[in-house]
Design a protein around this ligand. Structure first.
Ligand code: SAH
Length: 218
């Protein structure tokens, strides 16, 4: 699947520079990020800043990560078109739209229903077909679809969520920001082996927290 290329040369350059600064080198990840129009995932007022290497608000007190962080987390997942991916924290759907062309199918869970409904409209607009969505508590994973070869969590957890580790296949990779301090968290790359979980720290970031349960607010 490919999106229509619609970034101006300057904006594309800004994006590629952010990815380079973050240490992203995978050419498929870079090409996919160049092809996904980031501006449609952010509120009108921030559209002219969509390609800066900054975190942007997406409503409901949630945020869209800077492009460098999205690129780094995507690259760390080592995707290919046979991989079934679970994403926790759909948010605006931007990260989902980057994952979708790089894997077989994305199952994505969001606890704020209004955010998920807006993301679904964007997937329609972009003709993203291999995404299955659900309103729910992502800390519980998606048992009916488990195991997953890859899991990405885009909200910070206190520790590697154990149910998600259970739903990861052997040889599978999970990328998750860990730490509940307001200052920063660390993105962990977790590989599940026969002997347990092997973890590697990728970099420090700031994420909104992972919150158990489904939101009752709007
Ligand atoms: N990746 C998103 C941004 C994520 S912001 C994007 O590209 O836009 C983090 C998201 O995780 C928020 O939308 C928040 O509502 C959601 N979230 C937090 N805790 C969750 C949980 N337990 N289950 C599902 N979603 C959760």
């Amino acid at each position: 699947m490919n999106y229509e290329p619609n970034l101006s040369a300057n904006l594309k350059m800004e994006l590629v520079l952010s990815l380079r600064r973050a240490g992203v080198t995978d050419t498929d990840v870079i090409a996919t990020m160049e092809s996904v129009p980031r501006e449609i995932f952010v509120p009108e007022a921030f559209r002219d800043r969509s390609y800066e290497d900054i975190t942007l608000p997406i409503g409901h007190h949630q945020t869209l990560s800077q492009p460098g962080v999205v690129g780094l987390m995507t690259e760390a997942l080592e995707l290919d078109d046979r991989k079934k991916v679970l994403e926790v924290g759909t948010g605006s759907g931007y990260q989902t739209a980057i994952l979708a062309p790089l894997c077989r199918r994305v199952y994505t869970i969001e606890r704020h229903e209004p955010l998920l409904r807006e993301a679904e409209i964007r997937f329609e607009e972009l003709r993203v077909r291999n995404v299955t969505t659900k309103v729910g508590d992502g800390t519980l994973g998606w048992g009916a679809q488990a195991p997953f070869e890859r899991i990405i969590v885009t909200a910070a957890a206190a520790d590697v969520p154990p149910i998600l580790a259970d739903q990861l296949s052997i040889g599978g990779i999970m990328v998750v920001p860990i730490g509940l301090s307001d200052d920063f968290q660390t993105i962990l790359k977790v590989v599940k082996t026969d002997h347990g979980l092997e973890t590697e720290e990728l970099r420090d970031v700031r994420f909104v927290p992972l919150i158990p349960g489904v939101s009752t607010g709007t």
